[in-house]
Write a protein that binds this ligand. Sequence first.
Ligand code: PLP
Length: 372
Amino acid sequence: MSTAGIPVWTYRDEYEEDRTRMLEIVDRVFSSGRLILGDEVKRFEERFAAYCGAHHGIGVSSGTDALFLALKALDIGPGDEVITVANTAVPTVAAVRATGAKPVFVDVEEETFLMDVRKLEQAITARTKAILPVHLFGQSVDMEPLAAIARQRKLFILEDCAQAAGAACAGKRVGSLGDVAAFSFYPTKVLGGYGDGGMVVTDDAELAARVKRLRFYGMEKAYYSREEGYNSRLDEVHAAILDFKLTALDEKVARRRGIAERYSRELAGVGDIVLPVTGRERTHQFYTYTVRTRRRDKLMGYLIERGIETKINYPVPVHLMSGYRFLGYQPGSLPVTERLAGEILSLPLFPGLSDDEAGAVIEAIRACFAAP
Ligand SMILES: *Cc1c(COP(=O)(O)O)cnc(C)c1O
């Protein structure tokens, strides 16, 4: 086959496959007479929370809002500090800032790209209220030592699970590893919808009730705000679509893992490529398949000339972006995070990527490193 036009991600082949069911779902919801906060949202909240191994789920309008409302429900705001990483998508940090709290960054591990829990203690101050681990690229942070520190220092844990729905650490799924967790159903995510959406997941009934109020103007009953709130609802139609997609999630992840295993098998020892590592006692959902190479820009250019799209997640760490300069971090303050930004590359990976396409990606990478 020709290598022309392999995207790093697309949902279109999945839509082709699911089209009839999808249109039935849309028609069912649109015909029901109820478009906001009805049975579809309730059913999906229950099923998704159960999938995560947690008691409560609250559907919200995005992953960013899920993080924001979870922080608000923990009473985190101005004067408080939240420890997270700069090696993440901007929304992790934007959500902390939206509460008025200050994000404090720790560096990441060289091998997994995830929060380096050994560097956590030195970042804790009297103002620290919560730790916000990001389960980046589809893999959980090493949660057992993190949870031990949180317990000892009496800090909340808010998991950013946006990229890792279904991933496990020591046999438990993300979303059940802290006090509260935030998920995104942005289309590219492992469980992606056909628009924006998110969910807060927790075992704590009081916290769940508070998030539920906060997403709906602070109301428990119509037209009466018990506390100041917001508008952040998951639509009925999106909940119904996501509920359908949840059923197939494990099967789709198995396909992602199959492609990832083949990449790892056939790219081992090619050039100076460093392959993704799955941490001890963890499973990987392969939201992205992200390699490292010192010849990253050359490889990226070589592939795009051959119609193969790749992506850098992320080219500039959040602490070095002009929008977050006011936080006061200098270049060199997070050395591993900064080094990774110059070397990482995510290869095409989505459940609909064919064997031929994966093979073409591998061939092109081998050819690039074989070229003088
Ligand atoms: C996508 C993402 C978010 C935000 O989710 P949205 O639904 O796009 O608001 C937060 N954190 C991480 C790590 C993400 O990848």
